[in-house]
Design a protein around this ligand. Sequence first.
Ligand SMILES: Nc1ncnc2c1ncn2[C@@H]1O[C@H](COP(=O)(O)OP(=O)(O)OP(=O)(O)O)[C@@H](O)[C@H]1O
Ligand SMILES: [Mg+2]
Length: 217
Amino acid sequence: MIECIDINKWYGDLHVLKDVNFTSKDAEIVSIVGASGAGKSTLLQIMGTLLKPESGKVLIDGVDVNALGNRELGILRNSRIGFVFQFHHLLPEFTAVENIMIPALIAGKEKTSIIKEKALALLKEVGLEERAEHKPSQLSGGECQRVAIARAIINNPSVIFADEPSGNLDSHTKQDIHQLFFSLREKHGQTIIIVTHDNSLATMADRMVTMQDGIIL
Ligand SMILES: Nc1ncnc2c1ncn2[C@@H]1O[C@H](COP(=O)(O)OP(=O)(O)OP(=O)(O)O)[C@@H](O)[C@H]1O
Ligand SMILES: [Mg+2]
């Protein structure tokens, strides 16, 4: 569960988030929409602990992230949060299966052979079992994004934050990626928060939240 309480964010004189309050339930899919510059990505980064607000609190599964030191924050991010961005940010020198393995290798809780099995199972789940040994440059944009989604869930996070995850894809591939989020939620029960300019994705969500000038309407 994610809870944001009275979040304020400034960039210099620019008041980007104004007393934002937001709560999501477990296994809920929420879309965040609004005009460019409304503060959507900023809010997502704050919820994802990638950015600190000037005031306000973020609770992830009841844990106040502000109270954590850097090491604990790193552990929380690695174990409870998955990120998917508009551009996949896969590591070019690693194969699809290796890219998926990386967060689990960082967590260091399981043997490499077990992690590889898990990564291969996830690849199958996202429909790419035959592309395991391909590097990102040998995959299409939609395929890279599916690998990035598999990477985001390998540590079984409680929440996935996605910022325009299909923003870069053609309309057919978009639909596949959108479906994938819903089937993952069915199977793994994650809360998924998606910032999107895509109306069809936004309206598929359990709940749509609109931002305007740093405020949730
Ligand atoms: N690092 C930064 N330094 C200064 N201003 C920033 C920074 N990041 C964002 N901003 C400003 O904060 C405001 C909100 O930006 P944000 O990226 O959250 O918007 P957004 O709603 O995600 O827009 P888009 O739909 O275009 O992605 C914008 O006016 C932007 O110019
Ligand atoms: Mg944005």
